[in-house]
Design a protein around this ligand. Structure first.
Ligand code: HEC
Length: 129
């Protein structure tokens, strides 16, 4: 009798450890995932001129360079279109998204970029203050 109850205790202990370990793994995985994501972003941004800014800046910059820079300048300095260096101080992300989707005035074409790209560029520009 004594032996089998010790055996059962051992099994229970083992199960508790497995559950605990699984839980621990799932929390550390979450953290690791988060870190990976931010490392990815940082790596992408490493080449950019402005190290400090946030999520997807590198990608947004590329999309901007391909679709918008012809009028707004490579460095947001303006050209055929107005400078956008401080556009984030003037408009929110949603307002910029609206301009991207619907155009503005006579010169700003509507719908040059869509969906995720538009979201990304709008968020990126909204940080230019
Ligand atoms: C064909 C030239 C052209 C292209 C390409 C272009 N824009 Fe514009 N954009 C303009 C002009 C011109 C204005 C000014 C419109 C007005 O105020 O009447 C403008 C205005 C804006 C404004 C508002 C600026 C302000 O201070 O009011 C934003 C934001 C903007 N553009 C973003 C973009 C983004 C993002 C892209 C790329 C997806 C882009 N533009 C591509 C010509 C262009």
């Amino acid at each position: 009798m004594g032996k089998s109850s010790a055996y059962i205790t051992a099994i229970i202990l083992f199960l508790v450890m497995v559950v605990g370990f699984t839980y621990w793994l799932s929390t550390t995985e979450e953290h690791a995932g988060g870190n990976e994501a931010s490392h990815g972003e940082q790596a992408e941004e490493g080449g950019g001129e402005e190290g400090g800014d946030s999520a997807g800046g590198g990608e947004a910059e590329k999309v901007f360079a391909q679709n918008c820079a012809s009028c707004h300048g490579e460095n947001l300095g303006g050209g055929a279109g107005p400078a956008l260096e401080a556009v984030g101080g003037k408009y929110s992300k949603d307002e910029i998204l609206d301009i991207i989707k619907n155009g503005k005035g006579g010169g700003m074409p509507a719908g040059l970029i869509q969906g995720e790209e538009a979201e990304m560029v709008a968020a990126w520009l909204a940080e230019k203050k």
